[in-house]
Design a protein around this ligand. Structure first.
Ligand code: IPE
Ligand code: IPE
Ligand code: MG
Length: 249
């Protein structure tokens, strides 16, 4: 390994190891615009977007970040042209099949959140396999939000809780924030500390609405396929300059 490669693997010296975000969430936006700028079809942007995600995953692993959540497909993205939706579903499946071995080798635990039952059967099977194979891995917790919508997630939690109340297993006054959080898809992962959104859009687009209550927001004009280690470094520097008050003084 070259000196250059070794140094890239180390946490940059201007970052404080003890004040890294535990959990980073990303809205990977701007694939289409990236492709358009290169005079390529949108799908090429999605291809390159996968590479950017792989690099970010490795970077989190190298730099000691414990959890990464990526928004891959929203409940609203079904409204895109059919060819694009079909391309994305096929891409997810291919990538998952291709990358599983490497994720195993890197001790990554992958999980998918969202309404998975609406996804193509073959993709569901691949998702199931990847979650099962990696479930005992103890390294980075990698969550992929696929057919995910924050409002839909909150509604399914409400339904599950209402059913428990109806069956007499729960009293309404027992419903608190901790109980509600346990009914969300993200029950086993802490709330994100840092949300990164690329391509300059200043909105949440229905991502982790409940969990984002106190996340630090970092929005960059960089388009997702161009989001690399040095951009991530920039985001982490910005995060470490923030003062997280959580409503206190
Ligand atoms: C994000 O890039 C990828 C997905 C939503 C799947 P976009 O496809 O939204 O790219 P833009 O926003 O059109 O540039
Ligand atoms: C958000 O990006 C969803 C994902 C990145 C998967 P969109 O491109 O769908 O968001 P809007 O439409 O600009 O809000
Ligand atoms: Mg977009």
């Amino acid at each position: 390994m070259t000196v250059m490669q070794t140094s890239l693997k180390q946490l940059p010296r201007d970052l404080d190891q003890n004040r890294l975000p535990r959990h980073v969430a990303v809205i990977m936006d701007g694939n289409g615009r990236w492709a358009k700028r290169q005079g390529l079809p949108r799908i090429m942007g999605h291809h390159r977007g996968v590479d950017a995600l792989k690099n970010l995953l490795r970077c989190c692993d190298d730099w000691g970040i414990k959890a990464l959540t990526a928004y891959a497909f929203s409940t609203e993205n079904w409204g895109r042209p059919l060819e694009e939706v079909e391309f994305l579903m096929t891409l997810f499946e291919l990538v998952l099949r291709r990358e599983l071995q490497e994720m195993m080798a890197e001790n990554v635990r992958i999980q998918f959140v969202g309404n998975l039952t609406a996804l193509p059967q073959s993709l569901q099977a691949e998702i199931e396999r990847s979650m099962q194979d990696t479930q005992h891995n103890t390294g980075l917790q990698f969550t992929v939000a696929t057919n995910y919508g924050g409002r839909q997630e909150i509604l399914q939690a409400c339904r599950a809780i209402a059913t428990e109340v109806q069956q007499g297993n729960l009293q309404p006054d027992e419903i608190d924030e901790a109980l509600f959080s346990r009914h969300l898809y993200t029950a086993n992962v802490s709330d994100p500390d840092l949300l990164i959104r690329t391509s300059g859009e200043m909105r949440l687009s229905n991502f982790l609405l409940w969990q984002m209550a106190y996340a630090e927001l970092y929005i960059t004009d960089v388009l997702w396929p161009d989001f690399d280690r040095s951009e991530f470094h920039r985001a982490l520097c910005a995060y470490q300059r923030r003062e997280r008050r959580f409503g206190k003084v």
